[in-house]
Design a protein around this ligand. Structure first.
Ligand SMILES: N[C@@H](CCC(=O)N[C@@H](CS)C(=O)NCC(=O)O)C(=O)O
Length: 214
């Protein structure tokens, strides 16, 4: 199994957590999102993933070599193929709460800080791309804090690690990069601290990846 990834990509990081959590070995294929105008836009990668983004999972299944993009699709695939240890709870209300938190980040925060969006705000619209991203990160985290206050135990939803934690931890790293003051989010940072000590989260951290930069 191969994972096309970029060390600081939060979407790739979510999948790395999932692979480590399920103890599935994988080859790491770096795709540099900035070098040469972005290797995600060049062949051969762009042919494998027309969305021109990471993560991309390459995996053998039923005698076929398949490629899956979109972190949520990949993580749900991993969950169905290797159900243990789980990343989705058995209870359907809890599952909905997990997906709610993950989607808030996936579709409500991360797109605004994405490399291509940042470039367009800065170079084509001549805006302050960092202020732009910071605004949407703050709005999203202000919604997430009370939601997770009501669903969390040790982790985002209850006392088991779930997909919601795979989305939360990388997003908080990027919140810091955009100078968001995390003092307003005590529940989120408490959950992050619980996750950070787990080997799966440690192995998935950007600084531990082969393409990490100083
Ligand atoms: N919703 C997608 C987002 C994928 C995505 O935006 N990936 C970013 C890195 S975190 C990327 O490859 N950006 C390339 C670009 O903006 O050109 C997912 O969850 O996989």
């Amino acid at each position: 199994m191969k994972l096309y990834s970029y060390w600081r990509s939060s979407s790739s990081w979510r999948v790395r957590i999932g692979l480590h959590w399920k103890k599935q070995p994988f080859a790491y294929v770096p795709v540099h999102l900035l070098k040469d105008g972005g290797q995600q836009k060049a062949e051969p990668f762009a042919r494998l993933n027309p969305m021109q983004s990471v993560p991309l999972l390459e995996v053998q299944d039923g005698g076929r070599l398949i490629h899956i993009a979109q972190s949520m699709a990949i993580l749900e695939y991993l969950e169905e193929r290797w159900p243990e240890p789980p990343l989705l709870p058995g209870d359907r209300v809890a599952r909905a709460q997990v997906r709610q938190a993950a989607e808030l980040i996936n579709s409500g925060i991360q797109p605004y800080q994405n490399t291509s969006v940042q470039k367009r705000v800065k170079h084509e619209l001549h805006g302050d791309e960092k202020a732009w991203a910071r605004h949407f990160i703050e709005v999203g985290l202000h919604a997430l804090e009370p939601l997770l206050h009501s669903t969390s135990g040790r982790y985002a939803v209850g006392d088991q690690v779930t997909l919601a934690d795979c989305y939360l931890v990388p997003q908080l790293y990027h919140a810091r990069r955009y100078a968001v003051d995390l003092a307003a989010f005590p529940t989120l940072t408490r959950i992050e601290a619980s996750c950070e000590v787990l080997p799966a989260f440690q192995g998935a951290h950007p600084d531990r990846q082969p393409d990490a930069e100083a």
